[in-house]
Design a protein around this ligand. Structure first.
Ligand SMILES: Cc1ncc(COP(=O)(O)O)c(C=O)c1O
Length: 432
């Protein structure tokens, strides 16, 4: 039986919030626009569970959109944050904690030699683009259709019409002249990629990709495509940026870079790196990073960059991620959760499948497993909307958008996942 979801308090809070914030939220996807009703206002998270203002409890697979790989209010992260706070929340001067987090990352990552901490994934990407342009002295960037890299002006761009490679802006406020500095090609399309490099390599500073695209469904790329991208970048003196804001520290400590063993020139991080507090980062070789101020001419700065409380949270979380077997265990629990749900869907002939890698998964209503391009996604989200609401009634919370992925955390124990699996199957069954 699904639990009765009262949203009275959330609804009242949302009405109030609408008087303060555009759309009542501080980030658009939270507004529940693509599902029904008012967004749930959460007041507490413990382990794998969240509790809303109406005291509904849910097993949470949104996990703050990825950062909480240890679950909510992890004791070690909590204690590290409290200990850091004891000493003051910010100095605007270097602290030992920045060294510690950097050392933890760099000594366990074969692909970067230096790192710079910032405060969000968007900031990391924005800084990485500037660095690439500064190093190559070229203006244009290449992105892939369906990849999201935060709300950076020049990346709020979509493919132009027809075969045009030059992007057009996808947000008001982004001048076409900015958008024109961005080229857009489809994912997993080697011919289009080669054509773009041949035409534009002289003006192309960098190509940026989510090596595991996870913002428009989970569009797992063929390794041959990523290898070809690497090769073209090398051949044409274009820097390759892997945006690992989701995949970094998620599919392995070295992220997708380590998983595929492909060396990009610059890597961006966010989400998990900050243990649930606002941290982003970009890293590269010592040579490329020597272009960043104050060593070099590429300016980039931040009042709260390397904030000690956030650094402490990151250290505590990443230390746990380095426990031997951590990622294997995450993946196994995720697979054991998903497999029976997919078997149920298949047995019932549902046009539904959970696609996954590591502890990331996506609810696909496309009836085929190997979707690699955003244009292949079924844009009819009615199936997702129904399932989202059925899951809420069963005590399961997932991100309120059919294009977004879900996350399994360390706090999603075998017992929690067994409960969630039964609820999931019940929810799916209720839709037949
Ligand atoms: C791949 C990727 N890059 C960049 C960003 C932007 O990060 P933030 O929301 O921390 O600015 C996101 C956010 O979801 C992301 O998924």
């Amino acid at each position: 039986m699904g639990q009765d979801i009262s949203r009275k308090t959330s609804e009242a809070l949302f009405e109030k919030a609408k008087t303060y914030f555009p759309g009542g939220v501080n980030s658009p996807v939270r507004a529940f626009k693509s599902v029904d009703g008012a967004p749930l206002f959460f007041k507490q998270g413990i382990g794998a569970e969240v509790i809303d203002e109406d005291n509904n409890r849910f097993i949470d697979f949104c996990c703050s959109w990825g950062p909480l790989i240890l679950g909510h209010r992890n004791q070690k992260v909590f204690e590290a944050v409290m200990a850091a706070m004891e000493n003051g929340s910010s100095f605007g001067a270097p602290t030992r904690l920045e060294n510690e987090l950097a050392d933890l990352i760099l000594s366990n990552n074969r692909f970067i030699e230096k790192i710079r901490f910032v405060s969000s994934g968007t900031e990391a990407v924005m800084s990485a683009l500037r660095l690439a342009r500064g190093v190559t002295n070229k203006p244009k960037v290449l992105k892939f259709e369906g990849c999201y890299h935060g709300h950076v002006d020049s990346l709020l761009v979509q493919a132009g019409s027809g075969l045009a490679t030059l992007g057009t802006s996808s947000s008001a406020g982004v001048p076409e002249s900015y958008a024109n500095e961005t080229l857009v090609v489809p994912l997993n399309d080697i011919a289009a990629l080669r054509a773009c490099f041949e035409s534009y390599h002289k003006v192309l500073a960098c190509a940026i990709i989510e090596p595991i695209p996870a913002n428009n469904g989970l569009l797992l790329q063929e390794k041959s495509f990523l290898l070809e991208l690497r090769k073209l970048c090398t051949d044409y003196n274009v820097l390759l940026i892997f945006d690992e804001v989701i995949s970094g520290f998620r599919v392995g400590f070295e992220g997708a870079t380590g998983l595929y063993n492909i060396r990009p020139d610059i890597i961006t991080y966010g989400k998990i790196i900050g243990g649930g507090l606002p941290v982003g980062a970009y890293g590269s070789s010592a040579e490329i990073m020597s272009h960043v101020a104050p060593d070099g001419p590429v300016y980039q700065a931040g009042t709260l960059s390397g904030n000690p409380v956030a650094m402490a949270a990151g250290i505590a979380q990443l230390t746990e991620c380095l426990t031997p077997g951590f990622y294997e265990d995450q993946e196994k629990r995720t697979q054991d959760f998903i497999r029976p749900i997919n078997e149920f869907a298949k047995e019932k002939g549902l046009n539904f499948e959970i696609v996954s890698i590591g502890s990331v998964f996506w609810l696909s209503f496309d009836g085929k497993k190997t979707i690699r391009q955003s244009s292949q996604i079924n844009s009819d989200m009615s199936g997702f909307r129904s399932l989202f609401n059925a899951l809420l009634a069963e005590g399961i919370y997932i991100g309120p958008s059919g294009y977004e992925v879900g996350f399994v955390s360390q706090a999603h124990t075998v017992a929690v996942l067994e409960k969630a699996r039964a609820a999931f199957i019940h929810a799916l069954g209720s839709l037949i």
